[in-house]
Design a binder for this molecule. Structure first.
Ligand SMILES: C[S@@+](CC[C@H](N)C(=O)[O-])C[C@H]1O[C@@H](n2cnc3c(N)ncnc32)[C@H](O)[C@@H]1O
Length: 271
């Protein structure tokens, strides 16, 4: 859980509180691949001097460095700034800096006064209470550049079970599940890695629970595809889900990667 006080002491008045710094090389490869493959995200990176912020990079800056490398492949002018609320982690990251292309600074949900076109906050909000995490969405969205995007999500320690939400200034737009299909017994195994906005809503009557139940049922129906491998079974499950009328936004090309992206409307919690 995030430690109190909510407003960390210090000159910058960084919004939030330090939490566990667990991270790992390549942990965020799935969300990075999705970002690079998304035409919406790439469009956001095309402006002049595009700034990307990675909020809460953890005990080492490795996933920020990887994000910068991956984004530069599609947006060579991108600048990446890692923000951490824990000053010791900012110091620890300094040797990896290569300003202005890649830098590290202390900051919290106020984004240290920056206005990024893309903000990634991964495995940060899970340690906050649900209501505080909801408020932090609004705080961060208000600080994006015009047309800016926030990707906020959660994954396991080695990045094989992930989910995330893409938001713009208006609020949540899409919801994505991403996994190594060989590493699951059924799609609802991803429930333990739902974003904070959804993890407490995985109960009967809530849309995200209905979605995971429907996806499990599709997975069961897709059992004849198991001999072709778990990935083929995931693809067929996604196809079946879309055929049932769920607002699936992607296609076989992404399903083959173990992904599934739906409109946020499919999972938006009941009021
Ligand atoms: C579990 S680590 C996640 C590291 C990395 N993003 C990853 O997914 O592997 C969470 C980090 O977020 C930082 N953090 C928590 N609240 C924050 C906030 N409001 N602003 C900036 N960093 C924050 C914590 O200090 C911690 O280092």
């Amino acid at each position: 859980m995030a430690r109190t006080p909510r407003l960390a002491a210090g000159r910058a008045r960084a919004l939030g509180a330090p939490t566990r710094g667990t991270t790992n090389p390549n942990r965020l490869r799935r969300v990075d691949r999705w970002l690079v493959g998304s035409s919406t995200v790439r469009a956001a990176l095309t402006g002049q001097d595009p700034l990307v912020v990675d909020l809460g990079y953890g005990a080492t800056p490795v996933t920020t460095v990887e994000l910068a490398t991956r984004l530069r492949a599609v947006a060579p002018d991108v600048r990446v700034l890692g923000l951490e609320i824990d000053p010791e982690r900012v110091e620890a990251a300094k040797p990896a800096a290569d300003p202005p292309a890649l830098d590290f600074r202390r900051g919290g949900f106020e984004l240290a006064g920056t206005r990024p076109v893309l903000l990634r906050a991964f495995n940060v909000l899970r340690q906050y209470p649900e209501d505080e995490a909801a408020r932090s969405w609004a705080t961060m969205l208000a600080r994006l550049a015009p047309g800016g995007l926030l990707v906020e999500g959660t994954c396991d320690e080695i990045g094989r079970r992930c989910s995330w939400v893409l938001l713009d200034a208006e609020g949540p737009r899409t919801f994505t599940l991403s996994c190594l299909p060989a590493g699951i017994d059924r799609p609802s195994d991803l429930a333990e890695r739902l974003p904070k906005a959804l993890i407490h809503r995985n109960v009967p009557g809530e849309p995200v629970h209905e979605l995971l139940c429907a996806l499990d049922a599709c997975w069961a129906t897709a059992a004849p595809f198991a001999p072709f491998g778990p990935r083929a079974r995931w693809v067929e499950s996604a196809r079946l889900l879309a055929a049932e009328g769920w607002p699936v936004l992607d296609d076989r090309r992404r399903w083959r990667l173990g992904e599934l992206t739906l409109s946020w409307a499919a999972v938006a919690p009941n009021a």
